[in-house]
Write a protein that binds this ligand. Structure first.
Ligand code: ZN
Length: 165
């Protein structure tokens, strides 16, 4: 993805208030992100670790989503979960259930969409082998990287559609 600025990020959120978007904690090393290798920017709020965010370019526009970690992290070290975006299998809480408030009326009524995602939201880096998942249990796949990237975008798109449908 293209490098984006703090202003781009704060203006991109679709499922939280303008006030929340203004206050949320950004990644400390925003200027040093490996943009060329990122399909989306995902991070944990440095001041509130149960809050996570992801920003992706969609139809030439940035879409930002605020998430809350609702489980994971504390579960048994032997339990395995698969990230619904990059399909990396990780143990020891490496994948957490995160929920996003839906946009509009549904969100005001408290509706959320839950999805299992990599704890650190570094899916793009796992796909490219720039980060190891440690579980050693990744699917043996013959799908080329381009195919995996396309699949990640499709999975992310489906998630975002559920949030804003
Ligand atoms: Zn992932």
């Amino acid at each position: 993805m293209k490098a984006i600025t703090e202003r781009d990020i704060r203006a991109s959120f679709v499922n939280c208030s303008k006030g929340e978007a203004k206050r949320l904690g950004l990644p400390k090393d925003l200027d040093d992100q490996p943009w060329d290798d990122l399909d989306f920017l995902g991070w944990r709020d440095p001041g509130a670790p149960e809050r996570t965010y992801l920003v992706v370019e969609r139809d030439d526009r940035l879409t930002g989503v605020a998430l809350r970690v609702t489980s994971g992290g504390g579960r048994g070290f032997t339990s395995r979960s698969m990230c619904s975006l990059c399909l990396t299998t990780r143990t020891g809480g490496g994948v957490a259930l995160m929920s996003a408030r839906r946009t509009g009326e549904a969100g005001r009524l408290g509706n959320t969409v839950g999805q299992y995602l990599c704890n650190d939201l570094d899916c793009s880096l796992y796909l490219r082998g720039r980060k190891e998942s440690m579980s050693g249990g990744d699917l043996e796949e013959t799908l080329p990287l381009e195919g995996k990237i396309a699949r990640l975008h499709a999975n992310l798109d489906a998630f975002l559609t559920k949030i804003s449908a």
